[in-house]
Design a protein around this ligand. Sequence first.
Ligand code: ATP
Ligand code: MG
Length: 573
Amino acid sequence: MRFSKAFFPTLKEAPAEAEVVSHRLMMRASMIRRLAAGVYTLLPLGVRAQRKVEQICREELDRAGAQEVFLPTLNPAELWQQSGRWDAYGKELIRLQDRHGRDFCLGPTHEEVITNLVSREVRSYRDLPQNLYQIQTKFRDEIRPRFGVMRGREFTMKDGYSFDRDEKGAEESYGLMVEAYKRIFRRCGLTFGVAAADSGAIGGSFSHEFMVMADTGEEAISVCGKCGYSANVEKTPVEISLPDNGGGELEKVHTPGAHTVDEVASFLDLPPEQITKTLLYMADDEPAALMIPGHRELNEIKAKNALDAATLFLADAAEVERLSKAAVGFAGPVGLAGVRIVADNSLKGRGGLVLGANETDHHYTGGEEGRDFRADAYADLTLAEEGDPCAECGEPMNIRRGIEVGHVFKLGCKYSEALEANYLDENGKTKTIVMGCYGIGIGRTVAAAIEQNHDENGIIWPTPIAPYHVDIVLVNMKDAVCREEAEKLYTTLSGLGVEAVLDDRDERAGVKFKDADLIGFPYQVIVGPKGIKEGQVEVKSRKTGEREFLPLEGAAEAIRAKILGEIEAFTSS
Ligand code: ATP
Ligand code: MG
């Protein structure tokens, strides 16, 4: 590609809405442009980087025995009603009607469509296992689209699905995909971890997330430095041991204006862990009270699982006042009628608790679970924090930020049961197919690679996913000899399969170097009058900044060898 002809509208400044570095650089390096909130156009450089990631996915999935398909984006509502997700998916599902008034949605994921396909085509145990994947545009009306293609409302996903005869087969398929994913993300030049995760709305028995460590990541992950256990904080088991708080009798005390845990704690001169938070929620439209020690945060995912609820929302002020018959901040479990109470495990049978009294400006002291109130259930309800003991080995854990680039689920029979995906076993008996599903955010992977590989001047592409390998910087357009040598080099490199750009713009050298750094070509080949006079070109590595002079004769081959060596290193490491 000649830079003078290319559609590379680079920018000096990123727009104000670009909060994270990958978004800023993708805008500045002319990879993406925004059309609407969470809806982006990919420009040529964006397409090229994304195609590289897609190709790596294809190679590794094909190697693992999976096969590529392409499923429709337009999904009939009936399939989603059959699985129960037409309602459960909520507002994230983009719905529409055809001219006959029939309901459809734009696929946010494809369990329904693929399970329907397999249920029609697979008959016997001989047809299994199968592993099918696609790379396709997904639609999700995200509540908070942000960070460019990192969280879009329209985005490219690689989604795959495995179909096995039994649990054992499903676990083998899952294991194969975990290994394939590790190879994929390694080849994309990412530093990542694999964390145990909640299986969320998609259902299923267990799942892991592939997390790219980055301070700007939306996910928090616990990591044990000793045994290597890692999990999304949503999923990390927490066991809280509360200090002995002396028991005592239930006594109502006047706590004027003390709403928050800190206010109550300082008013009563007690540490926050002795105050108990009672949080009122609506779980599938039924009120629920969630009780946790005052010094910790509620983990809403754990709460949702404990309540077995599809939806969970904090009750609004009016609802809190109706349920607790008091202003917000004074709800407690004693005498709380018609509300399901779930308490953190640490509160089971515990005495000496400070509780909201369901009366404005009042609290109880000396409350005891089992005596003054009774929880309907106990569960691990709190969010893991820095220093919490590891569930596996007890060592204090660290909390890190990460970007979820991939997600693997062992689904079990949730969808195959709902959509009647069965097969006949060796004895002619009807059995349900056991499924797994596997997703990679293609655009998010590109963005995550930039989060991890950049400097103040721009992107530093890992060579395997760079949009182009080489930028030939023609320093002085007026020098006919230089122009001729640069053209020759461009032709030779292209002929050798090196993806090269020739910067033949009538621009100052400084402008060209700035763009080369911003776009992040792994190598800049500088063709200038001085070098050419000596029969040399200068090659600069974007990553290390190292410069070397190569004799013109054989320069293209030497550059090609460098690039192939780097791609190979990512593939085999
Ligand atoms: P998140 O928790 O970030 O919303 P998810 O659990 O909803 O992700 P999955 O349904 O598992 O995501 O989708 C598979 C992969 O698709 C994710 O691991 C992620 O890389 C990508 N992905 C999901 N939502 C988006 C989005 N809105 N924009 C870009 N990529 C996305
Ligand atoms: Mg999501």
